[in-house]
Design a protein around this ligand. Structure first.
Ligand code: SAH
Length: 248
């Protein structure tokens, strides 16, 4: 059980698999006013950077669940590196339907809301693990500017314009689901560069080390075309943020 191998290749050197930077992740942790000992659940925890750094900086405890074998191993190594193995644990597995045994203060899904079948389904899933008064964190893309055509949306690797909302509409959608938006930290284009451009050097080095691999042609094609596609589309049109929600 694992994610498609292409992601384990292109994002093998990433600590954060999203356009949020370490600085903004720290800003978010501080903004949430986390109490020492607070329990955090992270579905699609990737390489564990959020849980590990918040354990170190705020004394939280937590569990991450992720489908990537590689990312889960990296999360476990990161916990050891930061000296927080007593506070956090990482489970390799499918997070769809995962509910924490002990209710948590913060339940997060950062850039992986397909786990619950979309934003609404993921909020409903996270809510099942949340203690009363707890905070749900959702990391999600939105349109910085509306694509003029469906072709532009597909250039952004969205299936359709309707896949994402403009920021005010996304915030309204949380309200309509019965939640107050109590904080948000938004990515910027520099953060997008860290997420997307970091894949290019990783791909280049992987190609040099694995010229005969069955995915070499695909990785070569991506490395050749991604910088231009990214600059023309994702960087201009796609916003991304983490939204903190409390049930009304
Ligand atoms: N939240 C992390 C990772 C985001 S990338 C961060 O911000 O760095 C999306 C993550 O979802 C990847 O780590 C991928 O392995 C994981 N994933 C995809 N499908 C999943 C599933 N069904 N269950 C658990 N994790 C999943």
């Amino acid at each position: 059980m694992d994610i498609p191998r292409i992601f384990n290749i292109t994002e093998s050197a990433h600590r954060i698999h999203n356009p949020i930077t370490p600085e903004k992740l720290a800003t978010l942790g501080a903004a949430l006013r986390l109490e020492p000992g607070a329990r955090v659940l992270d579905l699609g925890s990737g390489s564990g950077e959020m849980l590990c750094t918040w354990a170190r900086d705020h004394g939280v405890t937590g569990t991450g669940v992720d489908l990537s074998v590689l990312f889960t191993e990296q999360a476990i190594s990161r916990a050891a590196e930061l000296g927080v193995t007593d506070q956090v644990s990482f489970i390799h597995g499918d997070a769809a339907g995962y509910v924490a045994a002990d209710k948590v203060a913060v339940a997060a899904c950062i850039g992986a809301t397909w786990i619950g079948g979309g934003v609404a389904g993921t909020i409903a899933l996270l809510a099942r693990s949340l203690r009363p008064g707890g905070v749900i964190l959702i990391g999600e893309p939105y349109w910085r500017q509306l694509p003029p055509t469906e072709d532009v949306a597909q250039g952004c690797l969205a299936g359709a314009i309707s896949d994402f909302l403009l920021l005010p509409e996304l915030l309204a959608s949380f309200r309509r689901l019965g939640y107050d938006v109590v904080e948000m930290v938004l990515a910027d284009q520099d953060g997008w560069d860290r997420y997307e451009a970091a894949k290019w050097l990783t791909m280049r080095r992987w190609l040099e080390a694995n010229p005969e691999d069955e995915l070499a042609r695909e990785v070569r094609a991506r490395l050749s075309l991604e910088p231009e596609r990214y600059a023309a589309y994702t960087r201009e049109y796609v916003g991304w943020g983490v939204f903190a929600l409390m049930a009304r």
